[in-house]
Ligand binder design. Sequence first.
Ligand code: ADP
Ligand code: GLC
Length: 494
Amino acid sequence: MHIVFVAPECAPCVKTGGLGEVLGALPAAIASLGHRITMFVPYYRTVRLAMETQPDATVPSVVLESVTIPFPERNRFVRVLDGGNHGGVQTYLIDCPEFFDREDVYGPPGENYPDNALRFGLYCRAVLEACKLLGVPDVFHLHDWQASFVSILLHTTYAADPLLRDAATVFTIHNGGYQGMFPPGQLRDLLLPAALFTGGALATDSKVNPFLGALRNSDAVTAVSPSYAEELKTPEYGEGLEKVYRERGDAFSGILNGIDADEWNSAIDPHLAAHYSANDLEGKQECRRDLLHAFDADGTADHTAVVGMVSRLAAQKGFDLIAGAMSELAELDLLLLIVGRGEPELEESFRELAEIYPKHLRVSPEFHETLAHKVQAGADMTLMPSRYEPSGLTQMYSLRYGTVPIVRATGGLRDTVQDGEDGNGFAFTEYTSDALVTTVKRALAEFADTANWQERMRRGMRADLSWKRAAAEYVAVYERAVAAHAAGQSAGRG
Ligand code: ADP
Ligand code: GLC
């Protein structure tokens, strides 16, 4: 099969969270099963800078000099650049400096650029036009709302296109909390029919909801864990779309993410001060010392539990529970180390909390790859009290690194972390600071018992979290989507 990934982020060049990480690894895992993979990524400024500073820096060659993207007043002309072929994945870059040569990917921290719908609308249209020249796939695999315009365009503007009409679509939801809503006036700029809004097909309150379009129209829809797929069907998690998720029936399923087992391997990780494995844990102590040094906390006693967190600072991640629990956590024998950037109000309140509790909380407000690896290796446990968590990669890195995760049992956290005597971590269900504190106390009690603790560490380290399983599951979904699309087409023709 030929699959086109419509990938708004892709590690290592552009990554604001787990989405970029997934799109840096999953395509190659599917290619290794014998499929042809093409990937389209916007040529953001950060991608250009990353390519220019690589050791083997090259200027990407031009594959298509000018693809016309119509707009009401003046067309835009997009270049398609060759991003290289790595691990069997051919990457193309959509170059439109007016939209993508900007300081940030989606907008300054905590904000969105007001023209994001136009930026990603243009990106999706450019992908369709480029595919007509470079090869139409069997399946367009769309990731999050930024890619949703592909599904919308295929059902409207391009519905009768003889080249594109046989291509199926699979929409993968990495985060149902971001739906890319925009004011109805921008439909005109995107040259999309106003009826999409007035007829209610893409309407949520007074906004156009492109995510809803892909959710309704794609031949198959997946969420990044089975538990999250179930949760999305409920009012608590569905963000107003629970009924639509339920209506999709068997066409909607969950596939748990994997992790890049080469990038996250404590036996060879170049970011670490020492290396270790499940069979030989000794190097982890050196990683702990190195981490404490990085946070200027050298004197921390061995019996003090070092609890790490690497996270976007966003409401989704449950920071309000930690803020509410901080006075009680400060009574315990622990040091919480947070590496996180994001919403300015959260950055401010955690800066203040770190001043109030200097012995128990340190915060590094930056996006820092090396520090993220040091935390995963050097901490004794990690904390992820998420309000919702579609999959979560960070807890899987923790498991792999023998750093015991303490999580709220939701979405992918529920599917990867097991509490109980034979478990690999600790989990709580109720979204309250009390439940968090009680669970942290249980973890600390076991931490004091080295033999039991190390058993729990090892159980996490031995789990197979690689992409192989997920890749095979996606191929099965592609096959179902192709069949569903063909059935829909022949019904339409009949
Ligand atoms: P999400 O996609 O919701 O942010 P995930 O757990 O799936 O959550 O993925 C987060 C990814 O982003 C991980 O690879 C994590 O290491 C990385 N990350 C998040 N915040 C930071 C940070 N401040 N510095 C470095 N890496 C970070
Ligand atoms: C999202 C989710 C996270 C998931 C990631 C990759 O950003 O918040 O849970 O792991 O996408 O799928």
